[in-house]
Design a protein around this ligand. Sequence first.
Ligand SMILES: [Zn+2]
Ligand SMILES: [Zn+2]
Length: 302
Amino acid sequence: MEKIRLTFLGTGDAIPTKKRNHTAILLSYKNENILIDCGEGTQRQFKFAELSPMQLTRILITHWHGDHTLGLLGLLETLIMQNYSKKLSIYGPKGTKRYFSLLSQFLGPYKKLHKLNLQVEEVQGKFFENNEFSLTAWQMSHGVPANAYVFEIPDQRRIDKSKLKELGVASTPELKKLKEGKDVFIDGKKLKAKDLTYIEKGKKVCVVLDTKLNENIGKLARNADLLVSEATFLDKDKKLAEQYNHMTAAQVAKVAKKAKVKKLILTHISQRYEKNLSESLNEAKKIFPNTSLARDFDVVEL
Ligand SMILES: [Zn+2]
Ligand SMILES: [Zn+2]
């Protein structure tokens, strides 16, 4: 199976620091390049990472706070100038169409936006599915409409080619039926799907950005291969987390443990902890050992 690659283009919170830009994560799989949030300066982060926004296929917006969306206008201007010609789907929570039309007013006077083939959708639940993967939006709790997103590759039945070879079966389109779990007859011989196929396990990546603790996180993250989550505060500042609709590292770690995720990556750490980031990491690790802290330009493959 081809790998899913995550590039962390920005891992800071509301105020950027020297080392951390505003939030943006690029998820790449085969020909798909999905940008999750687009904080101010994201297109420059693409340059530093030696990636091109011209490869983008979709943009997922978690919510319309500025630290997650102020880079969108500049990014779209660049795509227009570089004659981006693919269809670009932009998905977000309730209110996305209104915010997007406000954004369009900035591009509108130059009559350039029409050059892009954009599709803007407000999404909830499973909103995209093809043979290769699906995208699901889950409602979060952040004082404004907010979504978390799940990218999932389903389990797939594969033909065991070495077994076919052993049996001396020549390749024919009929064999495709085996992938659907159906038995086939070739030259009067019955070939059983259960003997000649195996199940390749799918993969699940969850991205939970700004939100306070809520029960949807445990549900969406169940058995995930990777949970990327905000951990804006430390547990000693739990009251602030509650007040600003964010989570603490310990809260996220507890959810990860309970949901039996395989790996947890923390991001969107408050700049107030910049001098001692290991505190956030250690707080989570005590509860969920397989945790790491994202830095700008980290690349994770799975
Ligand atoms: Zn934020
Ligand atoms: Zn926010």
